[in-house]
Design a protein around this ligand. Structure first.
Ligand code: ADP
Length: 381
């Protein structure tokens, strides 16, 4: 057979220099004949699709496409063959390729028309874009997270500081004036109503301040620094001194480690959890608290255990949502913000928070802080 009649792949195979050049190419190259059979591939394709040359050459090109695309691929290929032109494949769509093991990976494919002894063939260039896709996905996610938390924060801070606080001040101020100026001139009923308004205004003010404290976790965070948790918790126990005395609580404190954290927020975190352990105590038991820490891989895991009221497992997620409370305000006062602040603080430090509890027996709140911590996440953004 003379050179002109030999197929392109035949000629290329004979020419060692040409074969070396194809293999040196960074992209995958696949030569497909008019019937859709693979005629030639370079080494990149074999590596990418996890094949030996002998298993791939001669196979229909469909072996390299995902199972769900396979039935249609035939039609697409025929459509292309009726009007062949060199162009990228699947413009505007994400293309996936299938390795022999079934692993799918994202690719960019260029289609190039070759006329070989009168037969129209396609030389496809394949470029594995897994890394680029991963980077794009991570970036897209980071931007979304950033936009969401930013919008949330702005809305909270704005609503709390302007829209809500101002009119509330007027309500409180004028109710107080009314109560003072008209003392003894109104009916007992009217005096009582004024008292209710004042109480409600106080409660609303507490909620607004809580909301502000919540939004400030992100906006007013400090740089993380090395902190001795023993000292932090002893400080917190000092702040809660009155509550501990009044309830006769016994607090058992393990030796706690050093962590890198925002000091104000670490205090807030322990104070909310220990405060709750004292607040939600069982009416028939002296409160007993255990504060512990243990290593958990690259994290420190802290726990605050109580023998209090306990929490039904149905509410183990909802109690971390802002304003969610399980106890009526008249029984045990609160705003329902403490645990949402705890979650935000732990999130911001790259840890997580959860609890285990038996209703009627007690609860243990756990949280982790990275060690070594992720410095970037504790930076104010
Ligand atoms: P608050 O204490 O102001 O209501 P939190 O966000 O700190 O707000 O707590 C949310 C709810 O979770 C509380 O209202 C309470 O019902 C429940 N809770 C929190 N800590 C405990 C605990 N240690 N034991 C029992 N219930 C708790």
């Amino acid at each position: 057979m003379d050179t002109a009649q030999k197929s392109l792949s035949g000629r290329l195979r004979e020419d060692r220099g040409f074969a070396d050049m194809l293999n040196a190419c960074g992209n995958g190259l696949i030569l497909v004949d008019a019937q859709g059979r693979i005629e030639l591939v370079n080494q990149v394709v074999l590596n990418l699709f996890e094949y030996d040359e002998a298993n791939l050459v001669g196979q229909p090109i469909e072996v390299l496409v995902p199972d769900n695309v396979r039935p249609d691929h035939h039609r697409l290929r025929e459509g292309y063959a009726s009007a062949p032109e060199s162009r990228p494949m699947g413009l505007g769509r994400d293309l996936l390729a299938r390795a022999q093991s079934g692993r799918l990976f994202p690719v960019e494919i260029g289609l190039n028309v070759l006329r070989d002894n009168g037969e129209v063939k396609v030389l496809a260039t394949v470029f594995d874009i897994s890394r680029r896709k991963q980077a794009e996905d991570a970036l897209r996610q980071a931007v979304l997270d950033y936009q969401r938390s930013n919008a949330e924060l702005k809305q909270f801070a704005y609503a709390a500081s302007h829209d809500l606080q101002e009119p509330l001040r007027s309500v409180s101020g004028f109710t107080e004036l009314l109560a003072m100026e008209y003392a003894g001139q109104l009916s007992t009923e009217a005096d009582e109503y004024l008292q209710f308004i004042q109480q409600a205004a106080h409660r609303m003010s507490d909620l607004i301040n809580g909301l502000l404290a919540y939004s400030r976790i992100e906006t007013h965070g400090q740089e993380a620094r090395v902190l001795n948790c023993d000292q932090v918790v002893r400080g917190v126990l000092g702040n809660l001194h009155a509550l501990i005395e009044e309830s006769d609580a016994q607090v058992h404190l393990d030796t706690l480690p050093e962590v890198r954290a925002d000091e104000v927020q670490l205090i807030q975190l322990f104070q909310n959890l220990i405060g709750n352990a004292l607040k939600y105590r069982h009416p028939e038991r002296v409160p007993e608290l255990h504060i512990r820490a243990r290593r958990d891989g690259a994290h420190w895991q802290f726990s605050v255990q109580d023998n209090g009221l306990g929490i039904d497992p149905r509410y183990h997620e909802t109690i971390f949502v802002i304003f969610q409370r399980l106890h009526p305000q008249n029984d045990i006062p609160g705003t329902g913000i403490g645990l949402s602040i705890c979650r935000k603080i732990v999130d911001r430090h790259g840890g997580r928070i959860w609890l285990e509890s038996v209703p009627g027996e007690g609860s243990t709140f756990f949280f982790t802080l990275p060690d070594p911590p992720s410095h970037a996440r504790t930076r104010v953004t």
